[in-house]
Design a protein around this ligand. Structure first.
Ligand SMILES: [Fe+2]
Length: 158
């Protein structure tokens, strides 16, 4: 009976380790700049690269058990950078008379408000902060920003 349990728990531990290693591998892959993040607008792509590298800084700092106040400083740095980057994108939208600018600008405002709430609360875990930042980068970039660059490239505004 005991032998069965040991076997079972060995199997479980094995699976857990493999799952854990797989997750680290996947996170490592996701955190590398990839052609799928490249939208085709030089300025927006250059800023997205910096945005991702800041998220990598946060991730690495969190992995190294960096003190919480330093993690919060990096989180704040990312929020400040995002604010700058959003202004860049919004100016591009205005220049190109992007028809969906109001919706896109609203989603920027929502993301910044959510980030500021997290900052203000001061009690977010490193995991929560990282998931929030990475989802923000992956989803906003691949949906809204992709649409914007597609519109600019279509030349509809000319
Ligand atoms: Fe955007």
């Amino acid at each position: 009976m005991g032998g069965m349990d040991a076997k079972k728990s060995g199997w479980f531990v094995n699976r857990a380790i493999r799952f854990f290693l797989g997750a680290i591998y996947q996170a490592g892959q996701m955190l590398k700049w990839d052609s799928k993040y490249e939208l085709g607008n030089d300025r927006i792509d250059a800023e997205h690269r910096i945005f991702l590298s800041l998220i990598v800084d946060f991730h690495d700092a969190a992995e190294q058990d960096t003190p919480k106040d330093k993690l919060l400083r990096i989180f704040k740095e990312i929020c400040k950078y995002a604010e700058f980057h959003f202004l860049s994108e919004e100016n591009i939208m205005i220049d190109h008379r992007y028809p969906e600018q109001e919706h896109h600008i609203n989603s920027h405002a929502k993301l910044l408000a959510e980030a500021n709430n997290k900052l203000q609360s001061g009690s977010i875990s490193a995991d929560d902060a990282f998931n929030f930042l990475f989802n923000w980068f992956a989803f906003h970039t691949s949906s809204e920003d992709k649409k914007l660059v597609g519109y600019i490239e279509s030349g509809t505004d000319k």
